[in-house]
Design a protein around this ligand. Sequence first.
Ligand code: C2E
Ligand code: MG
Ligand code: MG
Length: 583
Amino acid sequence: MSLSDLGIDSSATILMVDDESINMEVIQIFLQDAGYSNFILEDQSTRAMRTLIESKPDVVLLDLNMPEVSGIDILTEIRNDQALKHLPVLILTSATDADTKMKALELGATDFLAKPVDASELALRLRNTLAAKAYQDQLANYDALTGLPNRDLFVDRVETALKLAARTDCALAVLNIKISRFSEVKDTLGQSAGDAVMKEISLRLSDCVRDSDSMTSEGEESSQRLARVGSDEFMLLLPSMRRTEDAALVAERLISSLSATIKLETSEVAIGSSVGIAAFPNDGDDASVLFRNAASAASFAEQSQGINYQFYSEEFNQKSQRRLQVEGQLRRALERNEFTLNYQPKVYVETGKMYGVEALIRWNNEELGFVSPVEFIPIAENAGLIPAIGEWVLREACQQQRQWQLAGFADINVAINVSVQQFHEAGLPELIGSIINESGADTSRLTLEVTESVLAGDVEESIRVLKELKALGPKLSIDDFGTGYSSLSYLKQFPIDELKIDRSFIIDVETDHRDEAIVSTIIFLAHALGLKTVAEGIEEEGQLRVLRDKKCDVYQGYYYAKPMLAADLEPLLIKDAQLAASA
Ligand code: C2E
Ligand code: MG
Ligand code: MG
């Protein structure tokens, strides 16, 4: 049986440390016969340690008795060195007394061989030692599930490639591949389905890398340039590229290979991916900087709609810095009482009487000033801060509704926005139920607004949550309708009361026939399903006229009033009540 059949690399580097060169030469001949070819002979044992570190041997054959330095000392030094402590050391000694053996073993010798050395026994011991090391290396350097290199090994590879690239003036790129929705797959389908999906992902990526090789470097084994570096994160090294743009082609291939659904025994799952690219020398000249930049580019792609891959750039570095800053401040915003709620009237198109208000959060931070919810709500979602902020909004808005009830404005409906992440938070219905109870709010005068994108995901799950929310008594409204790709055929199954037509269709509704057609259709559809329509963002008389023609029920917009503090709204409420009384 050959060495490679045993999983042993015959190119293993064997370092021999012995004061007598003749000994080493004899051993070298024995080992050459056994198939090995890489040797380093060291007769100046005082220099051994330095040679050791520089030459990165796979095994050391160490003579125990040398005149200048004791083999035991070298062994001790090896075991105390962080980088070398797992290196296999085979002791060669003519001292066969039990004490010496014991001592060497205690100090971590891997095995023993008596001098004069027997050729076949030497080959056998060495083979076993290297087989054990190969197994250890496999465990330490490869991901057990996919068999791909892990982060540690990948770092090594990139560092080596960087040195070469610097010498040869070549470009090199590191790609970070983030898999989205993997943890959801694992949570819903279980660990073993998750494992199967992950294996399939790694196979597809490996295939892609192999196919892409013609465009990049030759020689090196392609699968070795791909690594699994986190539970849902991979990295790919593209060494010696001709042009950095080639990395974009590779990224496109990777993404497209992962876009096809993955078939499991009983189900089918869709995952997504985002790729970030950082190149040497432009985006960094050491592995850790390149990794960080590739990862931040991938996060950027992940969080930007419609972008699948992204080159690292200073510009979005600034954007992500801003994001980090916002996130940092956001973490303390609640305890510092930096949030307030504004309320914007929702008004009947027909009568001009107020139907209710929508609660809209406002954040004024001492360092950043006023930050729009359009900016900070998505950041809060990503940072896991939405449950706490959402709870604050619910409590505040319910208390306000109670106040208005007590002040005699009992009819006013208060709408509260529920974010996607909040919607999927376990226990949301219970939480809302208890907040309503505590506040004494009238649930029939509450509306929960969820964006249409909530409904685009797992439909069964959305229906279940919506039903639980509905059972608490509030009205349910679909916000930003027309932008979220929800399936119309499901719409009738959702227990909803209201569709809010997204502002983007309203802006040009007077002049653009396509927008007008969309708005007409939404209103028609809503009425056919027994739902009320609310037009968002009415700023002009003309827009309102079009909506009146089309029998839209309610509108909201600067034309009637901008969002404002509850106290500022009171005069409007009083006027509105008088209007109703005189009608
Ligand atoms: P949305 O729920 O669709 O809210 C309507 C947005 O349109 C509000 O922006 C409102 O100020 C704005 N708007 C109303 N009328 C007009 C108009 O005539 N012209 C223009 N140009 N804009 C108008 P705002 O307050 O900046 O909120 C933006 C988004 O942030 C909201 O969109 C909502 O998705 C989210 N948001 C706001 N407050 C909360 C909250 O308490 N919780 C959650 N989860 N999201 C919130
Ligand atoms: Mg809303
Ligand atoms: Mg909206």
